[in-house]
Design a protein around this ligand. Structure first.
Ligand SMILES: Nc1ncnc2c1ncn2[C@@H]1O[C@H](COP(=O)(O)OP(=O)(O)OP(=O)(O)O)[C@@H](O)[C@H]1O
Ligand SMILES: [Mg+2]
Length: 390
């Protein structure tokens, strides 16, 4: 991620937004076939539990690389009652560079090929879903993410890494390379037949990659902190930090020295790691620490509503950062967003979304929760896989 100026967009200088104009779903989860036409304004999807609101956001999340907001298998996205027809999602989008048409879906089953998804960009087949990283900027908040604020380091670290991917697509390959070397080292240690030189080669690769991973995480944290410091949202401001062996040392030691420290730590831990079947140190142990700044309280000890508000503050900062870096406001999916927010915080969120100028997709069971958005949002009712404009 290169250096860029951080000027929060205001209504008058807001960059153009990425916006869906038409969305079609085929054989996707509880949808047989549905088409939605909309404009760049926020969209509110309301309806009773089980109608298909989250499924619709999940379909949109597949316009970006990856497995979508539920990290589902391709087979799970298949409408169970129409199993012969592979699912598909298509969208006509407006972008600052002009119209964009994206189609994605499960490849028809054929013998000898693994389940995979196909992607077409402006009618041309793409080599993989990674090609969507360039034209699409998209992020989300889901109720499952509430837990990550208060729960374990693994979920928070993965969340931080996902934030980094959107800015630095090479980050995914780095993390995969590190995990592969770590698994291979553990396998050799467990089998007890590892030659020292072989282990040292893997540990060297792990040390180098761990430092690159930690540097990318710290870079992201620095930018997020800058945006958070400039924000005037009424949400509690989170203090964020990436903590881990490499992250801690990189703040005041040169990268090569940190690599040496890690290499030595891996070598020292060999017999313990062999015994426990895990790696005691490394990039896979890092954490994203979140603290409620005003209360000087770790997020884990905050109330459910406070945790939700901290997460929203963080994601609003992330959307601002994406907007600045991509020079276009991303699609922003907010699932079940009214839960745990009092009416003041809800109003503050809607104001913030308006100021961001992004096409936000919000879901909820109660239309009244979104009354403040009524003057400028588009409302749809979602019932049993059917979507109707309200
Ligand atoms: N592969 C599938 N095929 C058919 N139906 C599915 C499939 N996967 C999930 N569903 C169904 O889709 C329905 C809608 O799920 P979804 O999570 O979108 O509901 P929702 O509107 O977000 O509800 P809530 O308000 O409870 O969050 C559920 O009843 C679920 O059982
Ligand atoms: Mg839902």
């Amino acid at each position: 991620m290169g250096a860029f100026k951080l000027h929060a967009p205001t209504a008058s200088n807001a960059p153009a937004a990425l916006a869906i104009g038409k969305l079609s779903l085929f054989s996707f989860r509880n949808y047989t076939e549905v088409r939605i036409h909309c404009d760049a304004a926020p969209i509110v999807l309301v309806g009773a539990n089980g109608g298909g609101k989250t499924n619709l956001l999940e379909a949109i999340s597949l316009l970006a690389p990856g497995r979508g907001l539920r990290r589902a298998l391709l087979a799970d996205l298949q409408n169970r009652t129409l199993s012969s027809e592979p699912w598909g999602v298509a969208a006509d989008l407006d972008t600052p560079d002009g119209p964009l048409v994206i189609g994605t879906g499960r490849a028809p089953c054929s013998e000898g090929t693994q389940d995979h998804r196909l992607v077409h960009i402006n009618g041309q087949p793409a080599r993989s879903a990674n090609a969507l990283a360039e034209p699409i900027a998209l992020t989300w908040i889901t109720p499952e993410m509430d837990r990550l604020v208060g729960e374990g380091a693994t979920a928070r670290r993965k969340f931080l890494d996902r934030l980094v991917y959107s800015f630095d697509p090479a980050h995914g390959a780095r993390v995969r390379r590190y995990d592969k070397a770590m698994r291979e080292r553990l396998r050799l240690l467990r089998e007890g037949r590892a030659e020292a030189v072989w282990l040292a080669g893997l540990e060297s690769d792990m040390a180098q990659t761990a430092v690159a991973i930690a540097a990318a995480r710290l870079h992201m944290i620095r930018h997020l902190r800058t945006v958070l410091a400039e924000s005037d949202d009424p949400f509690p401001r989170p203090l964020i930090a990436a903590r881990g062996t490499a992250e801690d040392q990189l703040t005041d030691h040169p990268a090569l020295q940190v690599e040496d420290t890690l290499r030595a730590a891996f070598a020292r831990a060999r017999s313990d790691d062999a015994q426990h079947g895990t790696c005691a140190v490394g990039a896979h142990r890092s954490d994203l620490r979140i603290t409620h700044r005003a209360k000087n309280c770790p997020a884990e000890s905050c109330s459910t509503g406070e945790q939700k508000a901290l997460l929203i503050a963080l994601m609003l900062a992330y959307v601002r950062l994406l907007t600045i870096q991509r020079d276009m406001a991303p699609l922003f999916l907010l699932d079940d967003i009214a839960a745990h927010l009092d009416s003041c915080r809800r109003a503050a969120l809607f104001d913030a979304l308006r100021a961001l100028g992004c096409q936000a997709w919000l879901t909820g069971t109660d239309q009244d929760d979104f009354a403040a958005l009524a003057p400028y949002a588009q409302f749809f009712r979602v019932t049993d896989g059917q979507v109707t404009l309200l």
